[in-house]
Design a protein around this ligand. Structure first.
Ligand SMILES: [Fe+2]
Length: 184
């Protein structure tokens, strides 16, 4: 791979460790080649099996489950609404920039976040170069529609017994709250 992320120690360690387990980088978010905000890694030709983002951690942001078609996302929202869980639809339905999948995020009764998303591309050629996204590109957050609310960026599940440390920098995401305030 042609990218160099060695000046960010944690990113370099992460890539070395997961490359040793057979993971390949498909997409990454970085303002330049010397810092890393997000890394999408895969083992079976799909866009990603595990994703890391810069932020307070270690924490688990969400699990994601695949659904065959876009209408299944709407069906899940309808079921949530009819069962009284409509307020737990935290983000979406919408489309991701990296990965290009359609998605919707829910919070379960314990507050953990779960994503449903549909099928997207396959990485056929192992020599495909990873795609870099500039965090300044508005399409990273949301190609259309509305950005995620602040809770989506800030809240995640802690691991028992693991101290959480704040990042040196994670940028300042465009939240739904800020987006609407600036539009008003
Ligand atoms: Fe996800």
């Amino acid at each position: 791979m042609s990218i160099r992320l060695t000046s960010t120690k944690g990113a370099s360690r992460l890539r070395t460790f997961y490359a040793g387990l057979g993971f390949m980088l498909t997409e990454y978010i970085a303002p330049d080649e010397s810092s890393l905000r997000g890394a999408f890694l895969q083992r079976k030709g799909n866009p990603h099996d595990i994703v890391f983002f810069a932020g307070a951690g270690p924490r688990l942001h969400h699990f994601a489950y695949l659904v065959p078609e876009v209408h299944h996302l709407l069906r899940a929202c309808d079921v949530a609404g009819s069962l009284g869980y409509g307020r737990e639809v935290e983000r979406g339905p919408g489309r991701h920039g990296p990965g290009h999948a359609m998605f919707v995020y829910f919070r379960d009764p314990d507050g953990h976040r779960v994503e449903l998303f549909n099928t997207h591309y396959q990485v056929i050629d192992v020599e495909n170069e990873p795609v870099r996204w500039d965090p300044a590109d508005a399409n990273v957050s949301f190609p259309w529609g509305l950005p995620a609310q602040r809770s989506w960026f800030e809240q995640a599940t802690a691991f028992e017994g693991q101290a959480i440390t704040a990042p040196g920098t994670s940028g300042s995401p465009l939240t739904l709250e800020r987006y609407l305030a600036e539009k008003a």
